[in-house]
Design a protein around this ligand. Sequence first.
Ligand code: SF4
Ligand code: SF4
Length: 67
Amino acid sequence: MYKHKMAVITLKIDYSLCDACGKCDKVCATKALVLNKATGRLVFKRHKCVGCAACIDVCDKGALSFE
Ligand code: SF4
Ligand code: SF4
């Protein structure tokens, strides 16, 4: 029987390090992480995140991590 195990991922965003460059938004293939240009804040949609860590890898400020 096929069983689908959902990964529950929480992405921690450290806004003291984030400069709203938008690189993480661009690499997120599922649009789980979207930069709101008006506020400079990232919107994380947990149900869309596949845990690929591309956003963490691309952030050269070290502002992203898994919790
Ligand atoms: S790549 Fe890092 S610094 Fe740039 S918007 Fe994303 S979290 Fe912020
Ligand atoms: S871990 Fe992957 S899917 Fe999740 S927010 Fe980051 S880039 Fe998007």
